[in-house]
Structures are given as C-alpha cells and as structure tokens.
Design a binder for this molecule. Structure first.
Ligand SMILES: [Zn+2]
Length: 278
C-alpha cells in the first residue's frame, strides 16, 4: 500500500497543532517529500522516519512557509547518516535559495565537520533539479511530474502528480501546492485517487498588521472552500484531502459542510501526522 502522510497542515501562522506545510508520499520503499515547512523534521521524527530516509524533496514554490526548513532537513539527514547526496526538485530559483543558505552556514559547517569528524561527508553533497517544461522524475517505483498552478504573482508555482502501479492498478496522487482555482490543476487531477489541496477559509481583518489590500490579495491567490469542492468535482477525484489551512484554527464542521455542498466524494479534513492509505 502507498501512503500519504500529512506532516504539516498549517500555513505561515505559527501553530503548535498545525506545523508548516509538508506532505510525505510513500510508494513502496520511496519517500517523496513535498515542501519543507517549519517543523518538518520533528514531524518526521514523530512518524519514525529519519531525515536521511527522504529520497527526494519536491518544492512547490518559493514562499517561506514551504522552504524554511530545507537546511534543517539537509543537515539533520547528514547527522542521521545519509550517505547519498541530498536531492531537491523545484522551481527556478531554488538553487540560488539553497546555495545562499549553504553560504550563510559555511563557516559553522566547516567548524562542525572538523570538530565532529563524522565518517562520511557524501551526505553533504547535493543535487538540485530546477524544473523546466518537460521535467519528469522517474524511478523504479513512481513517476512524479510537476505542473504549473496559478499562485501569481509567485511564478513559477507547481503542483505535483505522482503516478505508479500497485497491485496491477494505476494510481495517481496529486499535490496542489498553493494556488487559486485553476484549470490546469483540474486537468492534471482528472480521476486522481487522491487530491491533496490547499484551502483558504478566511482571515479576520486586523488593521494593525494588514491593510484591506493585504486581506484581498492573500485571499486572491488561494482557493476558497467552495472552489476546492468545484475542483474536486470537476476533476472527478476519488478522495479530497484538505491541508494548508489558512488560518490554522477554524470551524472544521463548517468547512466540511461547505465543501460537501459541491463535492460528493470523500472529504478528509487533514491533521498533522494523519496517514491515508491509497
Ligand atoms: Zn503557503
């Protein structure tokens, strides 16, 4: 059985209930991680998975809540014995982002390496694949294809489609990334076994930390509950798994009822550490 494990279902707002966005998809022996939100390595640890056991990190877009713990994942994987290079797939700009982090930590890391004298330094190597139009990742277990979603002005922003065969049946899992309702996501999710989708529930206006424009613009590049229902309905997906809740605390029953009005399939209101077998 393959598994989707929600490691972090929150957003940029700090929450001890919902950590930053990260989703693990396990297909046979491969661990594919989508985004490295705040607290991802702690959630992996709670799940009994070492950072060193992540085969590939896929980044949806360069927004802090999705990338803030990349360095922590990289370095803790080395501490935990990774002997392979750390591998990242992501949008253009991810190389510059990661290498600038390496630069910031260079002095600290050089000192640590010298003092700690660990047996392998291969785990500190890294490989970065910046996605272009035709990029598809493939190994013995699955094929993972990025596709464009609409989170403008953040460009590019990707969703990911994971396809594999299990028990003689083709299966498809789709990760929306951050997006407003968009046709490409609906097309790519067509008849997916599971669609893991972000949702914007609504923020209260607070004049101290936002303008009217702040609120309008945040809402504008995410997907409202009814729209999420429309996406799942139009794509005829088997199961809709909600994550990346903005805000992280909300009325779960109301959210489910709002989505249910439109989409009649199975709806899962995600929680950190929830595992769903596909
Ligand atoms: Zn986000």
């Amino acid at each position: 059985m393959s598994t989707i494990k929600l490691l972090g279902t929150g957003c940029p707002s700090p929450s001890h209930i919902r950590f930053g966005p990260s989703t693990l998809v396990k297909v046979q022996n491969s661990n594919y991680l989508f985004d490295a939100g705040s607290g991802v390595t702690q959630r992996l640890n709670e799940s009994g998975i070492k950072s060193s056991e992540i085969d590939l990190l896929f980044i949806t877009h360069i927004h802090s809540d999705h990338i803030v713990d990349i360095y922590q994942l990289y370095i803790s994987g080395w501490h935990q014995g990774r002997e392979e290079p750390f591998k990242i797939v992501g949008p253009s700009g991810i190389r510059e982002f990661f290498e600038s982090q390496l630069k910031s930590f260079k002095r600290e890391l050089e000192g640590r390496k010298k003092w700690e004298a660990r047996p392998n330094e291969n785990g500190l190597l890294y490989e970065i694949y910046e996605v272009d139009r035709d990029y598809v990742y493939e190994d013995n277990f699955a094929q993972v294809s990025p596709f464009e979603v609409d989170h403008k002005p953040v460009e590019p922003a990707y969703g990911y489609k994971i396809e594999f065969n299990e028990g003689g049946r083709n299966k498809k899992i789709v990760i929306s990334g951050d997006t407003r309702k968009c046709n490409n996501l609906i097309e790519q999710s067509f008849k997916a076994d599971a669609l893991v989708h972000e949702v914007f529930i609504g923020l209260d206006f607070d004049g101290k930390r936002m303008t009217k424009k702040t609120l309008e613009n945040i809402a504008d590049y995410h997907t409202f509950p009814k729209e999420v229902g429309e996406v799942a309905k139009e794509a005829l997906v088997e199961k809709l798994i909600l994550t990346h809740f903005v805000p992280p605390v909300f009325d779960e029953k109301k959210l489910k009822a709002d989505v249910e009005e439109v989409y009649k399939g199975e709806i899962v209101i995600g929680k950190d550490l929830l595992s769903i077998e596909i």
